[in-house]
Design a protein around this ligand. Structure first.
Ligand code: AMP
Length: 279
């Protein structure tokens, strides 16, 4: 596995591999790798001749007062895990490399970026779209891999690719969970022992909602109320949103049907977690 810090060097290397006929797969991450990331890398390895994994804690997607500074970082551990999972090239750019002082161009996917997480994190998806567009331009992958865990991110990135005619296939992969159902996330590290114990309630609420739908209830308000009631039984969880939405425009779905997304964001103590299920 090659570890590369400079965009130019990476571009030259990729060009060489493309000339040999290799298909390039990209897995963008913020590091502190876990089995969710690993599942993306392994799938990329199956599909592509060369797998590029990027590790970059992207400052422009964190709002003021968010956890940019304390976001977990451990490059040595990540190198080992990335290599074991089959990464060919690990791209670990510096802030100066990605955002030199002269940097002034951002990508804003209108409408979608203001919904769900965009309400409490108004600049988040502008930062996400910008860094991913930069990575697409540097790596020029045939396929890029993202998790459904961050469903809104995935939908926004697919829209960016379509709207801007980017020549890359965005592949979405299922959420990897702990045994007790908690969606795996680098941010789970912030949870205290007590908070970790209650965190699976988010997924339990989503499962409850899904079960109601499967047994014939399709009224969103009723389904969401039951899910909220379940969460209210646990102390220490504050719901940011719990919504049933359609996957195209992320607008509220009054009736739940196939392909409706039930998505939650909630605070457990000082940690904001997200999760979702698709009907
Ligand atoms: P992050 O490092 O949190 O920015 O995540 C990098 C990529 O991994 C994103 O496409 C995420 O959606 C994906 N990801 C994060 N957690 C999981 C998970 N538990 N299961 C599947 N994919 C995940």
């Amino acid at each position: 596995m090659k570890v590369i810090k400079k965009s130019k060097e990476l571009q030259t290397l990729i060009e060489r591999e493309k000339k040999k006929g290799k298909i390039i797969g990209l897995v963008p991450t913020m590091g502190y790798l876990h089995s969710g990331h690993i599942s993306l890398i392994k799938r990329a390895k199956k599909d592509c001749g060369i797998v590029v994994v990027s590790i970059y804690v992207n400052p422009t997607q964190f709002g003021p007062g968010e956890d940019y500074q304390r976001y977990p970082r451990d490059l040595e551990r990540d190198k080992k895990l990335a290599k074991e999972a089959g990464t060919d090239i690990l791209f670990v750019p510096s802030d100066e490399e990605i955002y030199p002082d002269s940097f002034h161009t951002y990508i804003q996917v209108e409408e979608l970026s203001g919904r769900l997480c965009g309400v409490s994190r108004p600049i988040h998806f502008r930062g996400v779209a910008t860094i991913v567009a930069k990575l697409f331009n540097i790596v020029k992958p045939t396929k890029a891999y993202f998790g459904w865990k961050d469903a809104q991110q995935l939908i926004i990135l697919k829209k960016m690719v379509k709207d801007l005619n980017m020549d890359v296939e965005v592949v979405g992969l299922p959420t990897v969970r702990e045994k007790d159902g908690l969606a795996i996330s680098s941010r789970n590290k912030y949870l205290s022992k007590q908070e970790r114990k209650i965190a699976p309630i988010l997924y339990q609420a989503l499962v409850k909602a899904k079960k109601m739908v499967n047994s014939g209830e399709n009224n969103s308000a009723r389904v969401l109320q039951q899910a909220k009631d379940l969460i209210k039984k646990k102390k220490g969880v504050k719901i940011d949103y719990l919504k049933a939405i359609n996957l195209i425009d992320l607008k509220d779905a009054k009736k739940i049907k196939k392909n409706t997304l039930i998505a939650i964001a909630a605070w457990i103590g000082k940690t904001r977690l997200i999760d979702n299920v698709i009907i």
